[in-house]
Design a protein around this ligand. Structure first.
Ligand code: HMG
Ligand code: MG
Length: 287
């Protein structure tokens, strides 16, 4: 039996958040509905963040209201604060995610807060979600390299990952936000994080800016990670990380894992259609 590995689909959120053209909610809904047929267990749909900061995600409530939910699929959203959390709960998000940074420079740019301030803001979100029975995932960004502060010390990643775990996140996704990690820097970072958390509580989130995402996934597999974030069509980028390119493409990761004898359980016909749809959304064509 091939060993299972999960791909957490990021396309509708990380994939589209950086697009300049304001994509109509109907197109985003069509993408999520197609992805719901692909066999994903979790899909990140949108972000309940400030529309002044990320205009593309300003239609989060409309998108969440419009999707056709498939039983067994978890529809995740980003929530940076209580305002975002309340909106996510009203929109019936299956799970929410809080997102911290391993560097002060990126924390300030992405959240207008120090790392400590951001963790303070997340605490009531996690507490409210616990009361409401909504699982919370955590992200740590810039886990190997920061566009503002340079290389990230692995100990800083371990500290923030442990803080998110202590708050109550069920899984921590480790983000190579600008895709500058190498198998060596990823391995060193993971060695530090694994002193704090078991691999079953971690996910790898690699942007493919330098074309090393698959190598970095291999380095993570060797350290025992079995969940990877990816976006159909390789869409994406972070508006507050200059030079950040797309998430590694879901179809690329699934093929790579299959060749290594690992099974994602995804329907590649649907994935390829979704990748095409995502690409044409980026180009502004009719989908
Ligand atoms: P701020 O300006 O310090 O916040 O931003 P504020 O509390 O002063 O509020 C400013 C305005 O935003 C106010 O409106 C608030 O009501 C409103 P005004 O009174 O001026 O009209 N506001 C909100 N509106 C809707 N939903 C909300 C919300 N919160 C405040 N939740 C804030 C602080 C955290 C809000 C801002 O910095 C923000 O929204 N940041 C999010 C940035 C973001 O989404 N980045 C991309 C996602 S992270 C990522 O891509 C990395 C990841 O993929 C992993 C990786 O690759 O590393 C996850
Ligand atoms: Mg990302």
């Amino acid at each position: 039996m091939p060993e299972p590995v999960e791909i957490f689909e990021m396309g509708p959120r990380d994939g589209l958040q950086n697009e300049k053209r304001l994509i109509p909610a109907a197109e985003k809904i069509a993408l999520v509905d197609l992805l719901s047929q692909a066999g994903f267990r979790r899909i990140e749909v949108t972000s309940f963040v400030s529309p002044k900061w990320v205009p593309q995600m300003g239609d989060a409530a409309e998108v969440m209201a419009g999707i056709s939910r498939v039983p067994g699929v978890s529809y995740a959203v980003l929530t940076p604060n209580m305002k975002g959390y309340e909106a996510a709960r009203a929109a019936r998000a299956s799970e929410v995610a809080i997102f911290a940074s391993a560097s002060e420079g990126f924390s300030k740019a992405n959240l207008n807060a120090t790392i400590a301030e951001s963790l303070e803001r997340f605490a009531p979100v996690v507490a409210a979600a616990a009361r409401d029975g909504i699982p919370v995932r955590g992200y740590v960004s810039v886990v190997t390299d920061c566009p503002y502060d340079g290389p990230t010390p692995p100990a800083n990643v371990a500290r923030v990952a442990a803080a998110l775990r202590d708050l109550g996140c069920y899984e921590i996704s480790l983000g190579d936000t600008i895709g500058q990690g190498t198998p060596e820097s990823v391995d060193k970072m993971l060695a530090a994080v694994l002193d704090e958390l078991p691999p079953a509580q971690l996910a790898g989130h690699f942007h493919d800016t330098a074309g090393r995402a698959l190598d970095n996934i291999d380095a993570s597999l060797a350290r025992g990670l079995r969940v990877f974030d990816a976006a159909v069509g390789g869409l994406g980028g972070c508006p507050y990380a200059p030079g950040a390119k797309g998430n590694v493409a879901t179809e690329k990761v699934a093929a790579h894992l299959a060749a290594a004898g690992l099974q994602t359980g995804l329907d590649m016909t649907v994935i390829n259609r979704a990748a095409q749809m995502a690409q044409s959304m980026r180009e502004g064509a009719d989908v």
